[in-house]
Design a protein around this ligand. Structure first.
Ligand SMILES: [Zn+2]
Length: 343
């Protein structure tokens, strides 16, 4: 419990950072407005230099609109246009909806579209909603897509009402350890063994959302095969069923199999990748070896050669470790080859 309290505390910190990050963006917009304003002042100053009656023109900073020069009018308009837009961005982000988070906040390649100066445009919003259209698991034809377009498919959101409705009472249960607001919904792309691009989705703790996005983007860029990535709720939050279907997943409020201890999946801090081929191997109460899920017994032999196998030093293992995760395949008392977690 102590640990959970700590985790909650630091995830509150994360939320503060997230807000701060947004604050920075708003500040940047106002800074842009200030630059436009300064440019206006500069233009006035330049005019003033040319003018014989300098003091009089400088006083023009307080002129009525009809007295402004053409240049001044344009600059002033620029400022007026920027402010409502800033307000509208703020409003969109605080009202929770399917497109609650502007794409430019995802930290993926989308950042380029929101450099200070390039004003956040409305299409970013409709874009996010559109990107939520293809159901996870869908094959996506990326042949005509640019890298930028592909990067748009990697983003995180707060749990919207529609996502929460999918998990409430299934993988999410009323509890004292993790709140809805501490979790993130991720949309990603992954490549299956046939080389097809598929839409994936994952729910993780906010604290690791950025790490997981970066890892999955890198895996995608290298065509590292992941067969399936849909919410575990599609299996009624039944971990065995999800694993047996080789579905990669993260958040699931549950105890560790064979114990009454809360799993790190309960906090959204653990991810299982290609679980059928990377089983959980442990000793049962009678000393017998238990291999989960059922049907993955052959894959407990880590010397054997088969697809989707996670090995020490391979790209998947390396990326997770680089991002501060530990691997269940390195555990001493049991082996959970599919499992990566970060505390
Ligand atoms: Zn796991």
């Amino acid at each position: 419990m102590e640990q959970n309290r700590r985790q909650r505390k630091s995830s509150h910190g994360k939320r503060r950072r997230a807000r701060n990050r947004y604050g920075v963006k708003v500040a940047a917009l106002f800074a842009s407005a200030a630059v436009v304003g300064l440019a206006g002042v500069f233009a006035i100053a330049k005019i003033a230099q040319k003018s014989p009656a300098r003091e009089e023109v400088q006083g023009g900073a307080h002129k009525l609109p009809e007295e402004l020069t053409e240049v001044e009018k344009q600059e002033t308009q620029g400022m007026e246009e920027l402010q409502p837009e800033t307000r509208s961005v703020l409003r969109q982000s605080t009202e929770t909806g399917d497109a609650s988070e502007p794409q430019s906040e995802t930290g993926s390649g989308l950042q380029q579209s929101s450099e200070p100066g390039s004003q956040p445009q409305q299409p970013a919003e409709t874009g996010t909603a559109a990107l939520l259209q293809p159901e996870a698991g869908t094959v996506l034809d990326t042949s005509a897509m640019t890298d930028m377009e592909i990067a748009r498919y990697f983003f995180s959101q707060e749990l919207t009402d529609s996502v929460f409705a999918r998990i409430n009472g299934i993988s999410y249960k009323e509890n004292e350890n993790i709140g809805r607001e501490e979790l993130c919904y991720l949309r990603v792309l992954h490549v299956d063994l046939d080389g097809q691009t598929r839409v994936g989705e994952l729910i993780v703790n906010q604290r690791i959302a950025q790490d997981v996005l970066e890892i999955l983007e890198e895996l995608y860029a290298n065509a590292y095969p992941i067969e399936k990535m849909v919410l575990i709720d599609a299996y009624g939050a039944d971990d065995n069923a999800s694993m047996a279907d080789n579905n990669s997943s993260a958040f699931n409020y549950r105890v560790i199999a064979g114990t009454d201890k809360l799993s790190n999946h309960s906090l959204g801090l653990a991810i299982d990748i290609n679980p059928k081929y990377n089983p959980y191997v442990r000793a049962g109460a009678d000393g017998a070896v238990i291999i989960e899920p059922e049907g993955s017994e052959a894959y407990a032999d880590r010397e054997a050669d088969f697809p989707y196998k996670i090995e020490e030093g391979d790209l998947c293992h390396r990326l997770f470790l680089e991002h501060g995760f530990t691997w269940g395949g390195s555990w001493k008392s049991s082996k959970d080859y599919q499992h990566f977690e970060k505390k």
